[in-house]
Design a binder for this molecule. Sequence first.
Ligand SMILES: Nc1ncnc2c1ncn2[C@@H]1O[C@H](COP(=O)(O)OP(=O)(O)OP(=O)(O)O)[C@@H](O)[C@H]1O
Ligand SMILES: [Mg+2]
Length: 219
Amino acid sequence: MLTKLQELDVPCVEPAGIVQNRTDDTGNLLGAALLTRHLTFSLPYRALFSTTLRPQVAERFLDALALLLVRLHLSGFLWGDCSLSNTLFRRDAGSFAAYLVDAETGELHEKLTDGQRTHDIENARINIAGELLDLEAGGLLHPSIDPIETANSIINKYQSLWREVTEPVVVTPGERFKLYSRISRLNELGFDVAEMKAESNDGQVYLRPVVLEPNFYAK
Ligand SMILES: Nc1ncnc2c1ncn2[C@@H]1O[C@H](COP(=O)(O)OP(=O)(O)OP(=O)(O)O)[C@@H](O)[C@H]1O
Ligand SMILES: [Mg+2]
């Protein structure tokens, strides 16, 4: 699955091999294990939050997680277990990125339905709130970060990003700037617009991005 996600240019860890026939200390056979290449400079969420991370910076990492989920859903990937522990965070050259670590529960579809996306999002909301509550209980969370509100805000961010990426731009003659500003916003989010579909109705043109190509590594 990770290999397929890499082919789709989704930010995720790189598979390196599989260990078969593992045994425990008493010789009992264990399931196979997947080895992945260590993602350099990455931070697991426990390291991220246990430092004196400022809430504004934490928010940018969490925005990166919302964007990762949008990218995965656009590629038809239903994560099934989106959580902070199944994600790695990286900060490089002033940008914040989230990587998928654990694709064990994932399914790849041609296109996700709204119901599938909702299921994935609700699952993420519960997982993230639970993980943050856990950190809070352990005294590892900045006091100004509210676990439930933060989990909800990641999901709200996801919803608004999804709309930005998928909803049509409505352009009337003389409003071409609206199209340019949408394209530049999509570029900023890490997408190149390869194709747009135009429909006209009542003198207005509806332009919807239909083919988005990730320019993630160029960010
Ligand atoms: N390629 C990698 N580079 C850096 N860290 C990694 C990598 N793969 C996994 N990790 C770290 O190991 C943790 C657990 O990885 P993973 O989710 O794949 O294992 P798991 O057995 O499913 O564990 P869990 O039950 O906690 O989810 C991740 O949260 C991450 O911190
Ligand atoms: Mg995991």
